[in-house]
Write a protein that binds this ligand. Structure first.
Ligand SMILES: O=C(O)CCC(=O)C(=O)O
Ligand SMILES: [Fe+2]
Length: 426
């Protein structure tokens, strides 16, 4: 990774330890010296023991910040991330080593357990002229990596139908849902506690999900290839049409954002489009359990991660839960009616040499109610080459590393996250 992108990741994704912990330990453990002429009485064994005990407590307390920082660093190192910032280390050799490919998933509590509102998650109005919207997209993508869009042109009924059908599907008896359990092509149903990466304590994400891809293929020997799985029409006759309509609508939004990205990068509005002709994009309906709020235990609806692909278009119901890592804190991304949340994925982060950043995020469903969401993960065609972008060429990456195809990239990320095993085997 170039020093520019390393630095930008350092700034944007720095994970502070507890270095700035409170300075409140002011109680003295030293015995008070007697004033006046009398020498202080000799210390008793109990007093000396108390002094040693107090000093040890103080030493442990002062080193806590360091230990925390050390644990975070070694956790990042184990995951193949930059130990300083949690950013993605680029492979150094010309071959991609699928077995040791980096995962950007972060388990545990992440930046800090503190969360706050960020008034400034940008809201971009898609009704404005493209050149103005593109300027706002450029600013959002090179800072927070997340933004809302409004006036996106998607019919409310299409969004509503997706949520209605998603509820109906997750309400089915488990035995029915398990009949279309996700296969190795990542399509179909993921029950709770399956098909998601585990945290450091072996706990899975607190969610169940259903995946639909926009492309289908008989080449089932390739990762992500295969056919979508559907619940029987006799049971949910409106499910498939609702999901396909939603996919199409999200794809339109994705293409609109792609055009703005092309403009934002001064490559022209059509630059990316040829690589999205038979895209490997998918939608994922997600149902989160109400959960205990215990990020310290590493229990999340979705653990801290970055998305793999180009960008994500997210619709959620009215329940909050999404948080992004920004300047060392977890920031709540409040649901906004009529808006989608857009975030940059790792593939675009890489493609732009880190100019546009993918940002760590997670979901903690702490309202005590069920939560439903539906991200659309936009990704290029399987064989699309992720070539250096004009004006953004980085010789330290591109001089030493073969160009990756989208398929290689996705496979690498999947291997990193799931140890290369088909998800159904987890
Ligand atoms: O449900 C959400 O709000 C976000 C889900 C998410 O980040 C993901 O599935 O990658
Ligand atoms: Fe995500």
């Amino acid at each position: 990774m170039s020093s520019f992108s390393q630095q930008s990741l350092l700034v944007k994704k720095k994970l502070p330890g507890r270095a700035a912990k409170s300075k409140c330990l002011q109680r003295s453990f030293l015995p008070v010296l007697a004033v006046g002429g009398d020498p202080a009485p000799p210390w008793t064994i109990d007093q000396i023991a108390g002094l040693i005990f107090g000093a040890s407590l103080l030493a442990i307390y002062l080193s806590l910040g360091k230990v925390d920082e050390w644990v975070a660093r070694s956790q990042r190192q184990q995951m193949g991330l930059c130990p300083e910032c949690g950013g993605l280390n680029e492979p150094k050799t010309s071959e991609i080593d699928f077995a040791s490919a980096p995962s950007r998933r972060l388990t545990g509590s992440g930046p800090t357990t503190k969360s706050r509102h960020l008034a400034s998650i940008p809201v971009i109005d898609l009704a404005q002229p493209d050149h103005l919207a593109a300027e706002e997209v450029a600013a959002a993508c090179s800072s927070v990596g997340f933004f809302y869009v409004r006036n996106h042109g998607v019919d409310e009924a299409v969004i509503e139908n997706q949520f209605v059908q998603s509820h109906a599907f997750f309400d089915l008896p488990l035995e029915e849902k398990l009949k279309i359990k996700a296969n190795a092509s990542q399509r179909g149903y993921y029950p709770y506690s399956m098909g998601s990466a585990k945290n450091s304590k072996g706990q899975h994400d607190q969610k169940e999900a259903f995946n639909v891809y926009g492309f289908e293929s008989d080449s089932t020997h390739l990762p992500f290839h295969g056919h979508n799985l559907w619940p029987p029409e006799t049971m949910l006759p409106d499910f498939r049409p609702a999901m396909l309509a939603y996919y199409d609508a999200m794809n339109q939004v994705g293409i609109r954002i792609l055009r703005l990205l092309g403009l934002a990068l001064k490559l022209g509005p059509d630059y990316f489009l040829p690589k999205f002709q038979a895209s490997t994009s998918n939608i994922r309906c997600v149902h989160y359990l109400p959960q205990q709020y215990s990020p310290a235990d590493g229990i999340c609806g979705v653990g801290a991660h970055t998305d793999w692909g180009m960008l994500t278009v997210l619709a959620t119901d009215a329940q909050p839960g999404l948080q992004i890592s920004h300047e060392g804190s977890w920031i709540d991304v409040e649901p906004r009616p009529g808006h989608f949340v857009i975030n940059i994925g790792d593939l675009l982060d890489r493609w732009t040499g880190g100019k546009f950043c993918s940002t760590l995020h997670r979901v903690i469903n702490k309202t005590g109610k069920d939560r439903y969401s539906c991200p659309f993960f936009l990704a290029p065609d399987w064989n699309a080459k992720i070539e250096p972008l004009p004006g953004l060429q980085d010789p330290t990456i591109n001089g030493s590393q073969k160009v990756v195809t989208c398929g290689e990239w996705l496979s690498m990320r999947r291997a990193a996250e799931y140890g290369g095993k088909p998800l159904v085997a987890l």
